[in-house]
Design a protein around this ligand. Structure first.
Ligand SMILES: [Zn+2]
Length: 500
């Protein structure tokens, strides 16, 4: 779909240019400017509130140091400049869930300036990856609004979210397709999770996107100019919706431009259920918000000594990806590890053990990653066992990995084995007692092959006469006879030896 759109646009000489604004909710203990708990608690509305975050007159803010540290950590990780001074501003607008009539944000002195993020775009059709880079304009801290709840014909306000710390990350207009935008925000989600600054859970509104988009003509494209108009689509709450909103807007603007009209500068709201965006209002400029310095907060000075405190910056997904691919893992498996911190930490610990074994241990890293991502992760996801306790110990994982490598256990039987696994048991003994070990005893297998050939004389003769594809049927019968425990490769070898 995306490729078709890009191709059509090239034919029509229209080139999408996209800039994103991403709101990321920081996972601090308390809110940005008051000591109320910063927690997602929809079952218990208005339980984390105080005079400040409900906008009572005279209530004063107190800046949360942890939120500042987390925003700086983000900036340092993506190669941004952290200015020595940063200021707070009031952004004035009316909204029913904003009782003060303004949001405390940062206008011309954001806490993070410039920087950028490298990532990979996956071509789903052939499984290949292309490297890409998105430049950041800035990132600033601001308070979140409350939340309107529409229920039974009434609208209510839940202030639990009011004043939660957001870091708004703004990209340069440098993205050119839906697939690039989706891969970028997916990387950003992995990054904030890896840094431990946000849970990045979109179902809980912890990452939300606004998308600025216009289509350049050939001349604008060649001269690197931006069109005179752009639209902003707001309220996008998932990566999939971001892709759909971009595709929708490209089609809508292409139709307008082809009919000789220029799309109007406006803010549009994404309606996920309708799979379309609707016009909300003509796009406001910064001056419409009447920004002015927040009188109740001082200019924040960031000293070099403060920044030194961040010398232990965690590894970024990009660094980790490089380290994992150096161990022979594919980008795909690497991405699964990075997106699932439970198994990532298991992998990291186990790799340290394997590294102690030297070269012999290192070759086990790739199968280990496959075991964790392919077998153990799906079980963790479906049974939610990581919440209730450890499914499998680290030494059991290593035993299982060895059994897979030496062929004594098939992939098929791993799931059966894992479902039987109580903790603290010898995994090999368990596999044996449950008859899940692959039978590689040639004498045993020959007996089964003889039996199958006897029962299926006609098919065996066909094989002898050269109809070699029937071997699949014969192996299948042998597997059935052995209750799934025979080694299929050995069955194949024995059948060939007997019939050719
Ligand atoms: Zn509060």
């Amino acid at each position: 779909m995306q490729e078709t759109i890009e191709k059509q646009n090239l034919e029509n000489e229209l080139y999408p240019i996209i800039g994103l604004e991403i709101h990321v909710q920081l996972n601090t203990k308390s809110k940005l400017l008051c000591s109320c708990a910063n927690e997602y608690n929809p079952e218990n509305p208005n339980c984390n509130i105080c005079p400040f975050c409900t906008g009572q007159p005279g209530a004063l803010p107190l800046l949360n140091k942890e939120a500042v540290k987390k925003a700086i950590l983000f900036g340092q990780t993506v190669g941004s400049t952290i200015p020595s001074k940063t200021r707070w501003d009031r952004k004035n607008y009316f909204y029913p869930d904003l009782p003060t009539g303004y949001q405390i944000s940062q206008y011309d002195n954001p806490i993070v300036e410039h920087g950028g993020i490298s990532f990979y775009i996956e071509d789903k059709q052939n499984g290949s990856f292309t490297e890409s880079y998105v430049e950041l304009t800035r990132a600033h801290l601001e308070t979140d609004a409350a939340k309107l709840i529409h229920l039974g014909g009434k609208t209510m306000v839940d202030f639990n979210r009011s004043g939660s710390p957001l870091v708004e990350i703004v990209t340069e207009p440098c993205i050119t397709s839906a697939s690039q935008a989706m891969a970028f925000v997916s990387e950003l989600q992995t990054l904030v999770r890896t840094l431990g600054i946000s849970e990045g859970d979109m179902d809980k509104g912890q990452m939300r996107f606004d998308c600025n988009l216009s289509l350049r003509n050939k001349e604008e494209f060649e001269n690197g100019k931006l069109p005179k108009y752009r639209t902003e689509t707001k309220n996008i709450n998932s990566i999939r919706s971001l892709g759909r909103a971009i595709e929708y807007e490209i089609i809508r603007q292409t139709a307008l431009l082809k009919s000789g009209e220029t799309p109007i500068q406006e803010t549009r709201g994404w309606k996920d259920d309708l799979n379309k965006s609707v016009s909300q209002r003509s796009k406001e400029d910064a001056m419409d918000y009447r920004y002015f310095p927040e009188p109740d907060l001082q200019i924040l000075e960031i000293l070099d000594t403060d920044l030194l405190g961040f010398s232990l910056i965690p590894k970024t997904p990009q660094t980790l990806r490089q380290e994992y691919t150096d161990k022979g893992l594919s980008v795909q498996i690497t991405n699964i590890l990075l997106d699932n911190k439970e198994i990532k930490s298991d992998f990291d610990i186990l790799v340290t053990t394997l590294e102690l074994e030297g070269d012999e241990g290192l070759v086990k890293c790739k199968p280990l990653a496959n075991l964790l991502t392919g077998y153990i992760l799906p079980i963790l996801k479906t049974q939610d066992l990581h919440e209730t306790g450890l499914l499998i110990s680290h030494s059991q994982i290593l035993d299982l990995n060895d059994m897979l490598i030496n062929g004594s256990l098939t992939g098929q039987n791993i799931n059966k084995l894992l479902s039987l696994l109580p903790s603290a048991i010898n995994i090999e003994e368990l596999a044996k007692s449950a008859n899940l070990i692959v039978v590689s005893d040639k004498v045993e297998l020959e007996k089964i092959v003889d039996e199958v050939i006897k029962k299926n004389e006609k098919v065996a003769n066909e094989f002898k006469e050269g109809k070699i594809q029937v071997i699949g049927f014969l192996i299948g019968q042998c597997m059935k006879e052995s209750k799934g425990q025979g080694n299929p490769q050995l069955f194949s070898d024995i059948i060939k030896a007997k019939l050719i």
